[in-house]
Each structure stands twice: as structure tokens, then as C-alpha cells.
Design a protein around this ligand. Structure first.
Ligand SMILES: CC(C)[C@H](C(=O)O)[C@@H](O)C(=O)O
Ligand code: SF4
Length: 468
């Protein structure tokens, strides 16, 4: 009998072109997403070597990090951003790669755009010069970030040099309580395993709670796999995956669709397959989570208090958590619900999709953003924006006092004009709370969309389970 294999093993095996004795492999790459930040040198390298893009139709380029989220119909004012955007437009044209510019409705954050267009499909190897490429694993693909020199390698050859990672399974049993979301699951997992817990592994998420999630929720989980140190995250495809993808512009059609689904149905981890590491969590025990520090592992229940680093044995860790508290302007023992906010950011490739915006609308409908708070909502893509407007969500947001913006990465990493002022405190639906991530000396607390929405109204963190 054939050896029992994991989902990761199967996709890996189906893409190995060559294997050296030391385990180094050449992997075939099915899809390559390209954005303006990590591609200029890669295209420059091709140009210098006189090479073409090997398979332009398997490559898709979009601008997201630098674009302003204000009206851009009259061009991009910031000269640096304008130069980077223009460079991608020029490279895409010169190398025959499909490109969504800042005025295209299909434009958005690269990890929102891929799935939305059906460019992301189960069983594929997907890369992008961006760490959150792990998002696409929600479709049962092997998707991970690569560096700029690898971007050049993939552009030139449609292959990547890789060594196989270990298998890890995170099983989330049970059912999520009301008010607790995919974001809380992944923050809880990272809190449990730490930011290095997944190092050297590809994580497969399994269990009843994961199965019950929408594709949007699964993307939120896979998105943050990288914050847990893993190379990639994945969820086996199922009927929800197919329903999401069917009739998407780039998804296969007719007989090709049927044949694809037959293959995708085989992409399940076999009974008895080996995992190097296994973790289990019970969804029923999870609270809404807020991060208190400068690492995504610094998690605490909204009903809790800021922890005391003195309780940590390891000296280095203890000191680093004290530094985090100092940076965050917090003292141990402070109730999370006593933390006041200046800003709220709803968006990013973690939580900038339509389901996230619906969750926000549900919380803020008929209410007003707290007078101290400046709150913005940045849809993950033009398609998300259009859908939200068709559902009237933008009206709900604007009436509540939210700023409704154009799509892009925005204040997830503050590469454009959207940023925190020094000392400002923000509830954010994004994935990183590093020092300076949302602006110099800015203070970021990671939360779910519903929790960010409630915080915008209350001006402080509130427990979404009792808010209303
Ligand atoms: C700019 C890009 C290289 C970076 C990444 O790789 O993740 C960004 O998207 C981020 O989220 O920090
Ligand atoms: S939204 Fe944030 S995390 Fe996602 S790709 Fe953009 S900068 Fe990176």
C-alpha cells in the first residue's frame, strides 16, 4: 500500500521537478503574484541578463503597498510612491505580465486579489515576494513568500529551489462561541506556540472549528501562519472552497472545472499520515483576543489584564516584554477594557474582505464613532469596495463617522500617507504589531474586525460578547 501522505506531502510531490541527494529540490511554481515593493530589482535582473518572463500567463501583478487610499483619479502625489507604481506598470508592460493598476476595480491587496480572481486554486504552488502569501493556503494550495532574488528566479524559470519543510497539524475542535472569530483563533494559536513555534514547518489547520469557517475566515488563519513562524499554512479544500471559486474569472470552466474538482477532492491528508508536530485547541474555550505588546504572540483575553513580565522565568524574554510594555505605554494589571484608543484601522490582507466589513457594519450600524477616535476602513480590493457599496455598507460606515477609503495595504504597514502619529494607540485588524509598524512610535493592538468596530464606538476596548 502507498505511504499515507499529508496534504502538504501530496502537493509537494506533485511539483518536484528535480531532487538532489541533500534534499534540495526544484519545485514547479503554478502561480506567481507580483507587487511593487519586492519586484523592481527582479525585473531589473531579467533585463540585465536579457531574459524574458518564462510564463507570463502564470504571473499577475498588482499595486497595493504604496498606493494612497485617498482619491487617486488625478494621479499619485507622493513622488516615491508614484515612481514605484510607475516602475511596476512599466515592467508589467515590457514583460507581458497582466497588471491591475490603481484605478482598476480588480486592484487591491495582492492576497485579496488572487483568490477573488480565481488565480489562486487548490493544489497549486503559489509564491509572491511577500510573507503573507501564506493566505492562499486557505484554498488547499502550497503558498509562501519568497525573497526578491527568488522572485527573479521564478520569473525567469517558473521554478523555485526549496527544501521540504516538516509537517505540523493544528486541530481546532468544537464550535466558536458567539463574538469569537477566525482572528481570535489564529491569535490564540500564536499565543500558544509563540512566534517561532512553527519554524521549519508547514501547518495544516484541521478540525471542526476550521471546517465551519468561511473561506474568508480560513484566509485570516492561513494569513497569520507566518506570524507563528511557519513557512506556510493550509486548509484542505472542500465544498466551501469550490463554491467560493466557481465562476471566478480565472477559475477553470465547464469540463475543465469538473476535472479540477476531481483532482482537488484527492487533496486530503490520508488517514495515518505523519505529522512532526501536533497541536490541539478547543474553540469553545476561546475569548475575543487583544494583543498588548509588540509581537503577535503577546495575546490576552479582552476580559483580562495587561500581564506582568516579572512572572516570566527567562531573563531575556522578561526584559523584552518589559520593553514592549514601555513602548506600548502600558502597566501590568491594567484592565484591557480600560485601554483608551485614538485610532481604529479596519483593513489589510488579514481582515479586509467583504465578510469582515459586514461584521463591522453589524456592530456600528446606527452608532457613532467615539469623539476621540479617528477610524478608517480600507477595503482589501476594488471588488470588495464595490460589493460593500452595493450592500450599502459604506453608508452605514460613513453615517457612523468612519473614513471610507480606496483599497490597498494602507495603515497595515504605513508605506503610504496612512499612519499613526508618535504615541497614538490603534485597534487594528491587521497582522503585525511590531514597533513602528503603523507609524513611528505608533502603538498597535491586533484584534478582530468586530472588536475593532466596537472599540471605535466605545473609544476603548470592549468585550464584543456583551456589547450592543
Ligand atoms: C513589503 C513586503 C515585503 C512585506 C512582507 O513581506 O510581508 C509586507 O507586505 C508586510 O506585511 O510586512
Ligand atoms: S496588507 Fe499588510 S500584511 Fe498584507 S501584504 Fe499589505 S502590508 Fe503586508
Amino acid at each position: 500500500m502507498a505511504k499515507a501522505r499529508t496534504l502538504y506531502d501530496k502537493i509537494w510531490d506533485d511539483h518536484v521537478v528535480d531532487r538532489q541527494d541533500d534534499g534540495t529540490c526544484l519545485l514547479y511554481i503554478d502561480r506567481h503574484l507580483v507587487h511593487e515593493v519586492t519586484s523592481p530589482q527582479a525585473f531589473e535582473g531579467l533585463r540585465a541578463a536579457g531574459r524574458r518572463v518564462r510564463q507570463p500567463q502564470k504571473t499577475l501583478a498588482v499595486v497595493d503597498h504604496n498606493v494612497p487610499t485617498s482619491d487617486r483619479s488625478h494621479g499619485i502625489e507622493d513622488p516615491e510612491a508614484a515612481t514605484q507604481v510607475a516602475a511596476l506598470a512599466q515592467n508589467a508592460q515590457e514583460f507581458g505580465v497582466e497588471y491591475y493598476n490603481e484605478l482598476d476595480t480588480r486592484q487591491g491587496i495582492v492576497h485579496v486579489v488572487g483568490p477573488e480572481q480565481g488565480f489562486t486554486l487548490p493544489g497549486m504552488t503559489i509564491v509572491c515576494g511577500d510573507s503573507h502569501t501564506s493566505t492562499h493556503g486557505a484554498f488547499g494550495s502550497l503558498a509562501h513568500g519568497i525573497g526578491t532574488s527568488e522572485v527573479e528566479h521564478v520569473l525567469a524559470t517558473q521554478t523555485l529551489i526549496q527544501k521540504k519543510a516538516k509537517n505540523m497539524r493544528v486541530t481546532v475542535d468544537g464550535q466558536l462561541p458567539p463574538g469569537v472569530t477566525a482572528k481570535d483563533i489564529i491569535l490564540a494559536i500564536i499565543g500558544e506556540i509563540g512566534t517561532a513555534g512553527g519554524t521549519g514547518h508547514v501547518i495544516e489547520y484541521a478540525g471542526e472549528a476550521i471546517r465551519s469557517l468561511s473561506m474568508e475566515g480560513r484566509m485570516t488563519i492561513c494569513n497569520m501562519s507566518i506570524e507563528g513562524g511557519a513557512r506556510a499554512g493550509m486548509v484542505a479544500p472542500d465544498e466551501k472552497t469550490y463554491a467560493y471559486l466557481k465562476d471566478r474569472p480565472k477559475a477553470p470552466k465547464g469540463d475543465a472545472w469538473d476535472a479540477a474538482v476531481r483532482y482537488w477532492d484527492s487533496l486530503r491528508t490520508d488517514e495515518g499520515a505523519f505529522f512532526d508536530t501536533e497541536i490541539r485547541l478547543d474553540a469553545a474555550n476561546l475569548p475575543p483576543i487583544v494583543t498588548w505588546g509588540t509581537s503577535p504572540e503577546d495575546v490576552i483575553s479582552v476580559a483580562g489584564v495587561v500581564p506582568n513580565p516579572d512572572d516570566i522565568q527567562d531573563e531575556n524574554k522578561r526584559l523584552s516584554k518589559w520593553r514592549a510594555l514601555e513602548y506600548m505605554g502600558l502597566t501590568p494589571g491594567t484592565k484591557i477594557t480600560d485601554i483608551e484608543l485614538d485610532r481604529v484601522f479596519i483593513g489589510s490582507c488579514t481582515n479586509g474582505r467583504i465578510e469582515d466589513l459586514r461584521a463591522v457594519a453589524q456592530v456600528v450600524q446606527g452608532k457613532k464613532v467615539h469623539e476621540r477616535v479617528n477610524a478608517m476602513i480600507v477595503p482589501g480590493s476594488g471588488i470588495v469596495k464595490m460589493q460593500a457599496e452595493a450592500e450599502g455598507l459604506d453608508k452605514i460606515f460613513k453615517e457612523a463617522g468612519f473614513d471610507w477609503r480606496e483599497p490597498g495595504c494602507s495603515m497595515c504597514l504605513a508605506m503610504n500617507a496612512d499612519r499613526l502619529a508618535p504615541g497614538e494607540r490603534c485597534a487594528s485588524t491587521s497582522n503585525r504589531n511590531f514597533e513602528g509598524r503603523q507609524g513611528f512610535k505608533g502603538r498597535t493592538h491586533l484584534v478582530s474586525p468586530a472588536m475593532a468596530a466596537a472599540a471605535a464606538i466605545a473609544g476603548r476596548f470592549v468585550d464584543i460578547r456583551t456589547f450592543g
